[in-house]
Design a protein around this ligand. Structure first.
Ligand SMILES: Cc1cc2nc3c(=O)[nH]c(=O)nc-3n(C[C@H](O)[C@H](O)[C@H](O)COP(=O)(O)OP(=O)(O)OC[C@H]3O[C@@H](n4cnc5c(N)ncnc54)[C@H](O)[C@@H]3O)c2cc1C
Ligand SMILES: *[C@@H]1O[C@H](CO)[C@@H](O)[C@H](O)[C@H]1NC(C)=O
Ligand SMILES: *[C@@H]1O[C@H](CO)[C@@H](O)[C@H](O)[C@H]1NC(C)=O
Ligand SMILES: *[C@@H]1O[C@H](CO)[C@@H](O)[C@H](O)[C@H]1NC(C)=O
Ligand SMILES: *[C@@H]1O[C@H](CO)[C@@H](O)[C@H](O)[C@H]1NC(C)=O
Length: 554
């Protein structure tokens, strides 16, 4: 076959890369495989990033959101691939699989345990980074949008608001979080009580499966389409894009933020909040954080933050009726549009230009550790007092409590893999962030968040003690020896997914029986024949077979 001159140039670029990489034959064979399976238009110097180059390091670091996983001791990918289109993803999957090279996929890198770009288990792996795949097309006429996985929530919100002031999308508050991880893990934000999760509003998706096929909802089938809406994308394939349902938003939203100290009755207010917040009108979202503020008397405050789909007068009526003790006043209200509320919740003044939502480097890089819980019963006053004491002792950390109820109580537990629906009063996120890279700072903060989690055990959900996948927590899979074991999938699986875990494992067994898409908390494949599917399969089936050790090519 004659090579055109353009192809020849590209081929030579590839030769150059191969010669750079000639330190090891795997590079050569893997890169040759990529060149065979990629479309002729591929610019390999934009697809492949080799270690020990500046562009590799800056790309790797670009979306490491948790500095705990940026240190030099954390194993780095053998190569980074930054595909520009679906066909390059297909080629990447085919060649990684062919060369038994494990793969991690990263959209925005916000995973709390860094699982999108690091591996505890595999000394050699390939990182597929989707930052280049971030197109968004908004169709206001049909009230839908197609958005690629590498787009941020900020970009999605911006593109919707640019076209329409009557549409919005219910998802998280952090503008740099990407659609890829967020939608595949659930996705919750201030519209949760009105419209549910981001994943509840997914209508279609395109995905590259383990065989390198590009599938959509119809061709992947309803089981796989179910699994990727809350079951975590990383277990099932590479999700390229999502079709989402836009939701109607009114022209005016009202927001207030109120700080209450111990002296101002914070404990009594928290106590009352847990009885009312989940029962409020679905247009009204009232969350509360316990956190530290700089320069305060003793530093700890309860921060009540509200979003209402409507004007201030109506909001005051609702609160006055259900929660007069909070003493919300007319001038606590700020009326604004939906997109301004997105800026506000992201921590900006609602008057800043909305272009700030397009800045992918907004989030300050810090060390952090998060954990999560669900409260199904009110916490007694003594419990709240103990929580408060723990904050006074520590001088850092926060506890973010998001009310459920409303739309969240109407969606069935098995509708999508995310199971935390009716019967939950609120979710809790324990989060500690710090800037000091020293080991003792890290130990202190990790110990605090784990201690606080232990303290909370009598007050939160049991059997299982539930957790939210998007606040990923590797502690959940630790055994008594304190090590993370694949055999503990049963433990974290039930916490994240409750009864949906089994169906996820069956879907995994159908679409990826050899467990190519493996990570420390990926769904284990449960391979069953069709007749047994309706029969009894105990969870012990899931844990009987540890992951076969991947034989590395090197
Ligand atoms: C600062 C901050 C604020 C947050 N705020 C919220 C919030 O308001 N609400 C909320 O619900 N959550 C929130 N989260 C959690 C966030 O939703 C999850 O961490 C989410 O998974 C991040 O998605 P990502 O693409 O940015 O992360 P990544 O780290 O890139 O991905 C997370 C996981 O998804 C997998 N994945 C990513 N892309 C794909 C893909 N295309 N196909 C298959 N698998 C994929 C990764 O392999 C990894 O396992 C926040 C997190 C942070 C750090
Ligand atoms: C390929 O990408 C490199 C690096 O971005 C660029 O310098 C080069 O011009 C591109 N080549 C072609 C043919 O587009
Ligand atoms: C890899 O590709 C070669 C050539 O196409 C094929 O013969 C081989 O079976 C493949 N191996 C795997 C593990 O897919
Ligand atoms: C860490 O430092 C950044 C930049 O100075 C700052 O914005 C942030 O608030 C600090 N975070 C903590 C937890 O101290
Ligand atoms: C993890 O714990 C198991 C016991 O459950 C033990 O057999 C194994 O050696 C431990 N692994 C490591 C790396 O410590």
């Amino acid at each position: 076959m004659a090579l055109s001159s353009a192809n020849l140039t590209l081929y030579c670029l590839l030769c150059l890369l191969i010669s750079l990489a000639s330190s090891h034959p795997v590079y050569e064979r893997f890169l040759r495989c990529l060149s065979i399976h990629s479309p002729p238009s591929t610019n390999f110097s934009q697809l492949i990033y080799l270690p020990n180059t500046g562009s590799y390091s800056s790309l790797l670091r670009s979306s490491i959101q948790n500095l705990r996983f940026a240190s030099p001791t954390i194993p780095k990918p053998l190569l980074i691939l930054e595909p520009a289109d679906e066909s390059q993803i297909q080629a990447s999957v085919i060649c990684c699989r062919n060369h038994s090279l494990p793969m991690r996929v990263r959209s925005g890198g916000h995973d709390y345990e860094g699982l999108s770009y690091r591996s505890d288990h595999d000394s050699r792996f390939i990182l597929l980074d989707l930052t280049r795949l971030r197109s968004i097309s908004v169709d206001t006429e049909h009230g839908v949008a197609w958005v690629q996985s590498g787009a941020t929530l900020g970009e999605l919100y911006y593109r919707i608001a640019e076209k329409s002031s009557y549409h919005g999308f219910p998802a998280g508050i952090c503008p740099t979080v990407c659609v890829g991880g967020h939608l595949s893990g659930g996705g919750l934000g201030p519209l949760i009580r009105k419209y549910g999760l981001a994943a509840d509003n997914v209508l279609d998706a395109t995905l590259v499966d383990v065989n390198g096929r590009l599938l959509d909802r119809e061709s992947m089938g309803e089981d796989l389409f179910w699994a990727i809406r809350g079951g975590g994308g990383a277990s099932f394939g590479i999700i390229v894009s999502w079709k989402v349902r836009l939701v109607p938003v009114p022209p005016t939203f009202t927001i207030f933020t109120l700080h209450r100290t111990l002296e101002q009755g914070a404990i009594e207010l928290l106590n009352k909040w847990q009885y009312v917040a989940h029962k409020l009108h679905e247009d009204l979202y009232l969350k509360v954080d316990i956190q530290h503020v700089e320069g305060g008397e003793n530093g700890v405050v309860a921060v009540f933050e509200s979003l209402f789909l409507g004007g201030c007068a109506e909001l005051l009526q609702h609160i006055g009726k259900s929660f007069p003790e909070l003493e919300v006043k007319r001038n606590d209200c700020r009326e604004m549009t939906w997109i301004q509320s997105a800026l506000y919740f992201a921590g900006y003044h609602s008057e800043v230009p909305m272009e700030i939502l397009l800045d992918r480097s907004l989030q300050p890089k810090e060390f952090n550790k998060g954990k999560s819980d669900y409260a199904r019963e009110p916490i007694p006053l003594s419990g709240w007092e103990g929580i408060w004491r723990r904050f006074l002792e520590q001088g850092a950390g926060s506890m973010v409590m998001v009310p459920y109820g409303g739309r969240m109580g109407e969606i069935l537990e098995a509708e999508i893999p995310f199971p935390h629906r009716q019967g939950n009063l609120f979710s809790i996120q324990y989060l500690v962030r710090w800037n000091d890279s020293g080991a003792s700072a890290s130990e202190k903060h990790l110990a605090w968040v784990r201690r606080t989690y232990r303290y909370m055990s009598p007050y939160v959900s049991k059997h299982p003690r539930a957790a939210y996948l998007n606040y990923r927590d590797l502690d959940l899979g630790k055994n008594e020896e304190g090590n993370t074991s694949y055999l503990m999938a049963k433990v974290w699986g039930r916490k994240y997914f409750k009864n949906n875990f089994k169906r996820l494992a069956i879907v995994k067994g159908e679409v990826d029986p050899e467990d190519f898409f493996w990570s420390e908390q990926s769904i284990p494949p449960l391979v069953v024949d069709k007749e047994r599917r309706s029969g009894q399969i105990g969870f012990k089936d899931l844990i009987s077979k540890p992951k076969p050790l991947i034989k590395h090519f090197l």
